[in-house]
Design a protein around this ligand. Structure first.
Ligand code: FE2
Ligand code: FE2
Length: 280
């Protein structure tokens, strides 16, 4: 039985195809980095696969890789696992894609470790309009109510962050791709505004960030794919590839980013001068 503080590794955005030798090597380096830390548990915040909704045979290989970690691994899907609910990017999330993913992974979880409640959600449902979206929110509220009544501390895990800079921001243009539309976001933010909620961990942005709002730590894990994305609305200083090591105690939480060496590509998005260049 691990003692507090719990040692929790967050990995994200592997975008791995187990049939690709370079991807397998990259996954092995990630596993070595995790083994060097020896965490109590691991959370994978999605984009596990390289478009697994189109080639679902990838999921079994990735599940097998995760099962070699020797500690519990909890996984939520990303847009490259079950499709996207937002923006122009195809393919769009649908029941068929989620059902394929569910043959290997769960798309949400709620577990207790040493008084900490870990709740993971399928953020690709947010704004999808699928019946599952309503079911998931009802389930999430019920899980939060139970955790609160039991005096647990709560961490929430999802692929897509709920905001870029502030919980009440209005984002327009290309940067709106990264987050839910405000009416959907507001429903989730309202539920998270509870004293028991201490941490929300997400991925998707391929950029590290850590923000404090509503007495909650909001942590973006960087990508483990090698693709680093710098959107002009992302908080500064997140250019890194690696994993996040969280320590969850009774009175305090902390985290640090552990770099994992890999070939990197940086893309800059939505900077105003880019729009001017295009217009020009
Ligand atoms: Fe990703
Ligand atoms: Fe993503």
């Amino acid at each position: 039985m691990p003692a507090l503080p719990l040692s929790v590794i967050q990995i994200s955005d592997l975008h791995a195809d187990p049939a690709n030798p370079a991807d397998r090597q990259r996954c092995d380096r990630v596993r070595e980095a995790i083994a060097a830390i020896g965490p109590d548990l691991i959370i994978n915040t999605g984009d596990v696969s390289s478009d697994g909704m189109l080639q679902p045979e990838m999921f079994d290989g990735l599940k097998a890789w995760q099962s070699e970690m020797g500690v519990p691994v909890y996984t939520v899907p990303g847009n490259h696992d079950v499709g996207n609910s937002l923006g122009e990017e195809k393919p769009v999330v649908c029941d068929a894609f989620i059902d394929r993913y569910l043959q290997t992974f769960d798309d949400r979880f709620s577990v207790n470790h040493q008084g900490w409640r870990f709740i993971g959600i399928n953020s690709m449902l947010l704004g999808s309009g699928l019946d599952r979206e309503t079911d998931q929110l009802e389930w999430f509220i019920a899980e939060l109510d139970l955790a609160q009544a039991a005096g647990e501390l709560v961490s929430v895990w999802m692929h897509m962050p709920l905001f870029l800079q502030n919980p009440d921001e209005v984002v327009t243009g290309g940067s709106a791709y990264w987050i839910p539309d405000p009416p959907v976001r507001d429903k989730w933010i309202a539920e998270l505004d509870r004293a028991c909620v201490r941490l929300v961990g997400s991925g998707h942005c391929h950029w590290y960030a850590s923000t404090r709002a509503m007495d909650v730590d909001w942590v973006w894990a960087p990508s483990l794919q090698g693709l680093v994305v710098d959107d002009y609305l992302f908080p500064p200083g997140g250019k890194i590839s690696g994993l996040v090591h969280h320590r969850l105690g009774e009175d305090a939480i902390s985290h640090e980013v552990i770099p994992v060496e890999m070939p990197e590509q940086l893309i800059r998005l939505n900077y105003p001068e880019q729009a001017e260049e295009q217009a020009g």
